[in-house]
Each structure stands twice: as C-alpha cells, then as structure tokens.
Design a protein around this ligand. Structure first.
Ligand SMILES: Nc1nc2c(c(=O)[nH]1)N[C@H]1C(S)=C(S)[C@@H](COP(=O)(O)O)O[C@H]1N2
Ligand SMILES: [Mo]
Length: 204
C-alpha cells in the first residue's frame, strides 16, 4: 500500500498474483457495455473530425484514416463496473499521430472524444498524449465487431473503460474540462483506476 498526497493508493492481486487496480476482478471475457443502441454507420459517409482549438480543422474519410501509419498496442482494460481484462491487443492510429495533423492552440488543455450515437467523454490532453492511446479498428487481430465499437473506437488503457469511447468520430480540443456523457452523470472527470477514481461524489 502506497500513500500519496494524503490519499491511499492500493494495489490488489488476482488469484494468479497479477496486479490489478483496487476493487477490480479479472476476467478473460470482454463483456459488452453500451448505453443505448448500436449506432448505424454508413462507411461511404463515415467521417472523423479533428476540431475546436486548433489552427486548422481536419476531416478524414475512411480511406484517408486508414492510409495513416498504424500502431499495435497491448493493454489492460478496466471497467468501472469492476471487471478487468488484462490482455488486449489493439491496432489502429495513435492519438499523437492524429494530433500532428492539426496544430492545437496553446490554450487547448482538454479533449472531448465524440462518437456516432452522441456519446462523448472528456480527458486532459496530457493524459491522452501518451504512446498507448489510439483509435483502434482491430482487437486481438480481428476487425472490431459492431457491439465493441466498429469501425473505430478510442482506447485509453490507463483510464476506466467508459473513457474508451466506441464508434468514435472526432476529437475536439478545448480550453476547459467540459464533462462528457457519463461525467455529466456522476462519473469521475479523470477516471484513473489505480486511484479508484470512479465517481466524483462519495458513492465510489
Ligand atoms: N459510444 C459508447 N462508447 C462506450 C460506451 C457506450 O455506452 N457508448 N460504454 C463504455 C464503457 S462503460 C465501457 S466499460 C467500454 C466497454 O467496451 P466494450 O463494450 O467493447 O467491452 O466501452 C465504453 N465506450
Ligand atoms: Mo464501463
């Protein structure tokens, strides 16, 4: 157990001795967690927009998006409903490579990830500007299925799963930390599983 800035950070272990964030249980499954219906997406009109506090906004179609250099990342996945899957391989376009297409303004300190269907989630820019953050179109070597976010989902392994937005279609750069879909409904603005940042009130 580690004491940090007056708050307690604990690390749990599963039955095989692997470290998991506090309060999490390991599963080999990848349960589907979606609020609402799976959006219908037409690949002919599919678009990915990078907008907000940038010098010039960029819109990519599916062909342009796929023409970018790809990355493959192994990552853990921690859902706030307490399941953790420790082994996932994601393939897609790294967040940092997409940022290079626009020039964020100096006052851009936060991002909102936007999705088909209207789901959103907010994150600090310094959290997502990490090597393991990507927009993925493949999971464990296979194209994403519609229920897991096809054709494209955001993946931010160091945060709870609700920040890994499915059916992603845009990045908005912002100067203020505006709450997204679940953050408006009580989920934590940062959502670090190792600090057990589940909710912003005392429910967690
Ligand atoms: N667009 C969208 N993305 C979403 C969600 C959602 O309801 N809508 N649920 C989130 C939650 S709470 C989790 S844990 C993960 C689950 O991903 P999975 O359904 O692929 O397992 O997706 C996240 N991304
Ligand atoms: Mo979740």
């Amino acid at each position: 157990m580690l004491k940090k800035f007056g708050r307690t950070t604990k690390i749990d272990q599963d039955q095989e001795g692997r470290e998991v964030p506090p309060g999490q249980f390991v599963t080999d499954k990848f349960p589907v967690l979606t609020y609402g219906a799976i959006p219908k997406i037409d690949m002919d009109t599919w678009q990915f927009k990078i907008f907000g506090l940038v010098d010039e906004e960029v819109t990519l179609d599916w062909r342009q998006f796929n023409g970018m250099g790809k990355v493959v990342i192994d990552a853990e996945f921690h859902c706030v409903t307490q399941w953790s899957n420790l082994q996932n391989t994601w393939e897609g376009i790294s967040f940092n490579d997409l940022v290079k297409l626009v020039k964020p303004k100096p006052e851009a300190k936060y991002v909102m990830i936007h999705c088909y269907g209207g789901y959103t989630t907010n994150l600090p820019l310094d959290v997502v500007a990490d090597d393991d953050v990507l927009f993925a179109f493949k999971h464990d070597g296979e194209p994403l299925t519609p229920d897991h976010g096809a054709p494209l989902r955001f993946i931010v392994p160091k945060r709870y799963g609700w920040k890994s937005a499915k059916w992603a279609n845009g990045i908005e750069f912002m100067d203020k930390n505006v709450p997204g879909f679940w953050e408006t409904r009580g989920y934590h603005m940062d959502g670090d599983p190792w600090k057990e940042e589940r909710f912003w009130n005392e429910l967690g």
